[in-house]
Design a protein around this ligand. Sequence first.
Ligand code: NI
Length: 135
Amino acid sequence: MERLARFGVSLPESLLEEFDSRIESAGYKKRSDALRNLIRDYIAESVWEKGTESVYGTVTITYDHHSHDTAQELTALQQDFGHIIICSTHVHVDHDHCFEVVLLRGSSEDVKRFVEGISGIKYVHSTKPVFTVLV
Ligand code: NI
């Protein structure tokens, strides 16, 4: 396990009270745990914005099963982005809907281009990207 570093932070009391109240509602037992996660989120956001560093992520896609073109276009897009796709899972939800989750690892620029590609396909109902960095 990595060594922990301690640091002091000065901030207005009211800001700290508001922060403590909100992290308690969110289920945090310790301020350090909340800060650690916030710092990771900030780093992940920064990596995402920069574009060149590597991210891990998932994209959740739902689409109309009856549109043959949609399924074909999704497959073609995944083929084009094979270098960043770890794997995908497809679920036939019901008579009309398909649900797919794609696991990705690559530069955030490539991941963004992949997500934009999905968003541009007709009859795709939702594309929800979630990403993280390993820090
Ligand atoms: Ni299906």
